[in-house]
Structures are given as structure tokens and as C-alpha cells.
Design a protein around this ligand. Structure first.
Ligand SMILES: [Zn+2]
Length: 389
């Protein structure tokens, strides 16, 4: 495939045919294909490996380094890792990218290789106009590895010493996760915490000589049953939630367990601080329960009256003949890791995949939505960069 024959559907197929099930991920082959296409078209490409074969890519064109606000580049982001296939048998080859009745089947077809293919195609189609601009804001594409296991590639780039230079700034960010081409204003945060109790082991026939950690962790679990957040519901995201997802304790039936642990899954809403949630958990659980953060992915939200978000809604309405609803997504995205280093731009989640198909057996993407997304992304580039079609 070359830049001149680029087609977003064929590019989606090429990406789906590469197995990037995470773990182990091995995203480097996908990234290599995209880097070849983009550098061949004139983009400056840089890669970042957070582990062997776990490569992310930043491609840029036009713009001036250090520009902020509306003069900073428009940025698109997407991940190329996919989730495992699950236990159920597939009717369609998960890496075949077969098209049947207008549906492109395969793992990652909706989440979200179609989204990546659509913005890479749109960017390459607009490249001549962008290259010719001497003082335009430019464009940047951030393609990540390891998103499905807690935004690993994006967090690694954000934490790297060369983060500023590598990622640059962005004036607005499009996350091409599956939304069926309808704009989504943000998502809840995910805060996963381990709560541990310790005790003293003894023979199971003499429990009075031990200190049972399971009783302590059981009391902790019950104390969380009616946990109340200090933050009220968000008008679009609803209320924050807490789930006790796992409990483990004890190694054998005839010993007093000296360790026990809960796994807590907290979903926060816009405006809620995870540090404050942690303080609140400490207070409820008391000093004998040790808390450790396992995953800290903040919420993301852009007000619907943000001027750029209004333009996104207008452009989507013009393509799909109808005003999109104001809504947020249930999944989290790399925007949580990238937004701060990029300078806190407004963020829209917008991509061709079907949200209900993400992580499903026989995952597919409607083929017509892929071309539609590439056109919509080209509209967003024209609008931001001031290039006329
Ligand atoms: Zn995804």
C-alpha cells in the first residue's frame, strides 16, 4: 500500500490482519506500517518503546513548535493493541478482516483500528495543503501501544524525559475510539485500588494464637458496601461508583491467614479528584488497611459549549443530517494520559467503530462508517488548519 493508493477500508484490513492481542501486544509491526506510510507522505515520525516490540508513534506535519491554544496543532490519537479473543468460538477469522454484507470482521475492527486508519488516511489526503502552510497550526497523530491494559504506551510517553518534545502541544484532541461517528464529550475516570489487611498466622486448630486477616478484610468490604462519595452526580456521567471486584485471603484451610486483600474499582466523574477519594477510603477503612493504587486514569470532559466542540457538533451534523445528542462514554481512553502533557486541549471522542462491538466475539465495523469518518476527520483538519477543500 502506498500513500497515493490509500483507502481507509484497505488500511483497516491491513491493520486487523496483524495480531496485536494485548498481552503480549507486539504493536511494532502495525506501527512500522503506519510510520512508513506517514513518513513517505512527508510527516516527521518518532517512535517510543515502553517495552520490547511495544512501540507507539508520533507523526507531525506543519505548525510551529511550542504553539499553544488555537494555534497549536490539531491532534488525533488511537491505539493499535486489541483485547484477547475470549472463550467463545468466532464465526469469522478474527485476523481475516473479511468483508461480508457491509461489515468488516475482526478483532480491533471497531476498537479501534478503523479509527486509526480513518485519521491516518485523512491526514495523508490533506498533506499537500498542510505542507504548503508556513504559519498554520499543523497536525499531529499519536498512535499508541498498550492502551487496553491501562493506557501503558500513552502514560510511558507522558512520563518520559523527552515528553514535551516528543508529544508537543495540541490545540484540540480527537480520540478515534468507537462512537459510530457521533461526537462524545468525555468519559469517567478509573481508579483501581488494592486494600490489604495483615495478621499473624497460626495452626488452624489453635486460631486464638493467630490474628486472622480475613476477618479484617471482611469488615473492610462490608464498610464499603454503603460507601458515599463526597462528589455528587455529574449531569451527563451520572454518579461515581465503587465496586469490590476481588477478594483473596488464606493459602490453606488449616492455617490462620496472615494476609488478605480486596481489589476496588472506582469510576469517578468529571471534577472529582482521585487523591480525595483515597483520603475518603482511608478514613472509612481505618489505619490497619493498607491502600495501594493499581491504576489511576482520570476522567475527561469538555463542555458542550466549548467553541471547538460546537464546531465538531456542527460538522458532524452536516455529515449525518441531524444534531448529535450530548453524551459521554462508559470506557476510558488515552486522552486521560495525554491531555495534560498536550496542554489540556478540548477533547472529543469520535470514531467509526460501533461502541457495542468493542471487545465482542465476531467484532465488526460497518464499512461505510470508515469512509465517513475519514471525510469527517478531513473536515476537522480543514476547519482547524484553515485549508480550503
Ligand atoms: Zn479502544
Amino acid at each position: 500500500m502506498t500513500a497515493s493508493t490509500l483507502d481507509p477500508v484497505a488500511l483497516t484490513q491491513a491493520l486487523v490482519r496483524m495480531d496485536t492481542v494485548n498481552p503480549p501486544g507486539l504493536e511494532d509491526r502495525c506501527v512500522e506500517l503506519l510510520a512508513d506510510l506517514l513518513s513517505g507522505a512527508g510527516f516527521a515520525c518518532r517512535t517510543h518503546e515502553f517495552a520490547p516490540h511495544r512501540t507507539s508513534l508520533v507523526a507531525r506535519i506543519g505548525g510551529r513548535p511550542g504553539a499553544t491554544g488555537a494555534r497549536a496543532p490539531l491532534c488525533f490519537t488511537g491505539h493499535v493493541d486489541v483485547v484477547p479473543l475470549g472463550r467463545a468460538a468466532w464465526q469469522h477469522d478474527p485476523f481475516g478482516a473479511q468483508i461480508v454484507d457491509g461489515r468488516l470482521y475482526g478483532r480491533g475492527s471497531s476498537d479501534m483500528k478503523s479509527g486509526v486508519a480513518a485519521f491516518v488516511t485523512a491526514a495523508i489526503v490533506r498533506v499537500d495543503r498542510l505542507r504548503g502552510q508556513t504559519d498554520g497550526p499543523g497536525l499531529s497523530l499519536i498512535i499508541t501501544a498498550g492502551e487496553e491494559t491501562g493506557c501503558e504506551g500513552a502514560f510511558a510517553m507522558a512520563a518520559s524525559e523527552q515528553a514535551r518534545e516528543l508529544l508537543g502541544t495540541a490545540g484540540a484532541l480527537v480520540v478515534a475510539e468507537p462512537t459510530a461517528n457521533a461526537p462524545v464529550l468525555g468519559h469517567k475516570g478509573a481508579f483501581w485500588v488494592s486494600a490489604k489487611a495483615s495478621g499473624k498466622t497460626a495452626h488452624g486448630s489453635m486460631p486464638e494464637r493467630g490474628d486472622n486477616a480475613v476477618f479484617k478484610i471482611a469488615r473492610a468490604a462490608l464498610a464499603l458496601e454503603g460507601f458515599e462519595f463526597e462528589t455528587g452526580p455529574h449531569p451527563l456521567m451520572g454518579a461515581p461508583t465503587l465496586n469490590v471486584g476481588t477478594v483473596c485471603g488464606g493459602l490453606n484451610i488449616n492455617s490462620v491467614p496472615d494476609a488478605a486483600e480486596l481489589g476496588l474499582d472506582i469510576r469517578s466523574v468529571a471534577g472529582q479528584s482521585h487523591a480525595q477519594v483515597l483520603r475518603c477510603l482511608c478514613r472509612v477503612l481505618g489505619p490497619h488497611i493498607d491502600l495501594r493504587t493499581l491504576l489511576d486514569v482520570g476522567s475527561v470532559f469538555t463542555e458542550p459549549d466549548d467553541p471547538w466542540m460546537c464546531r465538531v457538533f456542527e460538522l458532524c451534523a452536516a455529515r449525518s443530517c441531524g444534531v448529535p445528542e450530548r453524551r459521554t462514554a462508559s470506557y476510558f481512553t488515552d486522552a486521560a494520559a495525554l491531555r495534560l502533557p498536550l496542554g489540556m486541549p478540548p477533547v472529543v471522542i469520535l470514531g467509526p467503530g460501533s461502541p457495542e462491538m468493542a471487545h465482542q466475539t465476531d467484532e465488526y465495523c460497518q464499512v461505510e462508517r470508515i469512509g465517513e469518518a475519514a471525510q469527517l476527520f478531513a473536515d476537522l483538519i480543514d476547519d482547524w488548519c484553515g485549508v480550503c477543500a
